[in-house]
Write a protein that binds this ligand. Sequence first.
Ligand code: ADP
Ligand code: MG
Length: 702
Amino acid sequence: MPKTAMPNTHGPVPLHNIPVSGLKGVGDKLAATLAKLGLNSVQDLLFHLPARYADRTRIADIAELQALQPAVIQGAITSSRVVFGKKRSLVVNLADDTGQVVLRFYFFTAAQQKLLSEGNCLRCYGEPRPGALGLEMYHPEYQAVQSLDDIEGLEDTLTPVYPLTDGLSQKRLRTLMLQALDMLDQSPPNELLPVEVSGYFDHCTLSEALHLAHNPPADADINSLMSGTHNCLQRLAFEELLAHNLTVQQTRLLHQQDPAPSLPSDDALKQKLLDQLPFKPTGAQQRVLKEIEADLSLNLPMHRLVQGDVGSGKTLVAALSALSALANGYQAALVAPTEILAEQHRNNFQQWLSALGFEVVWLAGKVTASQKRKALEKLASGEAHMAVGTHALFEDNVLFKKLGLVIIDEQHRFGVQQRLSLRKKGGEHCPHQLVMTATPIPRTLAMTAYADLELSIIDELPPGRTPVNTVMINQNKRPDVIARVRAACAEGQQAYWVCTLVEDSETLAAAAAEKTCELLREAAPELAIGLVHGRLKSKEKDEVMAAFKAADLHLLVATTVIEVGVDVPNASLMIIENPERLGLAQLHQIRGRVGRGQRASHCVLLYGHPLSKQGRSRLEVLRQSNDGFVIAEKDLELRGPGELLGTQQTGDMHFRLANLQRDAAMIERIHGVAKTLLQHHPDIVKALVSRWFNNQQEYVKA
Ligand code: ADP
Ligand code: MG
């Protein structure tokens, strides 16, 4: 950011290029304070919208005052006295024609007390609260007025109240804002929204919208301003979301410039894989596979996101996609976020693909140096056809001879950068990308977070699954729950007991799980109980898992490491301790470990000390629904996009004016408008991206 404005040779300097230090009264110190709020340019300042508004444009009737709603009132003092309660205070009664209210002051000088004496007329501004004497205003702002109908000095516009930081006052920010609005009038920004779009917002221009936001007229609808649903504010949010969508779609177009190999599917080979399975693909699996195969047969790199609830059978879709690459002499890579999940994939892929004559190698943190060297050689020479592993696959020394397809499981745990780093490992061609997630992301959110990806949805579970019956039980009934586990295991069922993270620490969670395991072994000595957590060696974990799978163990105590990958159809009961610590989407994932067999399954949410009303209604969602999409929508509503997408992605999505939850309804439309602009109006695209993402080119390069 230049220290001063550029010389003005080609028309006005855009406001995003004028640093705040270009405003009167802003020195280095104030500029640094503003920077703490992310306010570096005059435009940043204008996009810093009020958190709320105070209405000082009119005098309210005292009778219409409501608790916690600040207002201006005017009245005559009918009494004024010092009372000695727990704390000494000055209690002033103020009355107008409609009613009376108490003003209370804990600190006051003799001069103030004199001004606040009986018979004087006052104008006050403050927030009424329920007090000992009905509604009371504590330490309101006040001034003397000549008479009750004196209306001198009321504000013409609603008063904005801005988010602040230390060292910055409302008054100071307000004076800067007025200067910034002047500059806006001197060099009004171009209207970049197409006419038909601005029609949705009554053709409110960017300048008009900003004026309204910072100086709303007395008759503006204060409620819609505060909630951000006012026409003009919606127009601002629309433009920001549009600019964001454009940057992401631009990224996609950029990637499509590199040619990818055409990988038509090989039906005979596919049939050979399917013949190995004890089941037929569901209709949804077939449809999604068709969508993928259509992409793979083109010379353009695929970027496709497959969403499918836990247990919907994404692995098979991934394997059949990989087969298209292998059939054409190309390699495929599959990356999973955890070792357990990666191992599960390795087992499936090795079994399915080696029967067809393909070699699958394994790359994870825990393979020995010599195994790893061998795997790397085989990938580089082309002797191995497929690599399955964890993020170890992202390392620089992993190179492929002819990489045709990259599959990423559980996308939301990887950053965009990591995902894209795999693009460069392919040799001459850019590999296709298939991303799979079991956290169903509401469509509007996916269109924003993953506007660079096409979407496919596996919206059908394999036949024969019965929904998991979920109940909520207080931890003080733990003995009953243990009795239930014993009874179920006595009948030959198996169960999970899941200990949730205390903090974001697998070490602490492991300790908690060890303790729980000990207590359960004491309480149920006849049961064979195993323990898995993230601190165990890979081999130990494998042994325990294998024993559970073989039904040598009745009960498996685990941390949330079993969230993914574990597939034991005979397990039909799950206890989740302190479920209130986790997000709904994650709980749904964990719960997906049961309900995989023929028997009706049960999940007990064993909650800790008294649940708040909100906490209870949150868990209630899980009790009522087994549909990952419904649950994800609810999670989005309750906790915002950050929790659903993980921190990696939300770092990319800091909106200044828009709010994904509030503005979800516009996203479809924005997506369409962005597509049209990219096709027909590159100049507008450039101007919009530069206006909103001036200093954030990494968006486009990501
Ligand atoms: P996820 O989508 O959660 O990754 P998986 O691919 O692990 O699901 O599949 C879950 C289970 O369902 C596995 O045991 C798998 O073998 C089985 N499965 C997958 N597709 C089908 C199908 N079409 N019919 C029956 N079972 C299936
Ligand atoms: Mg899976």
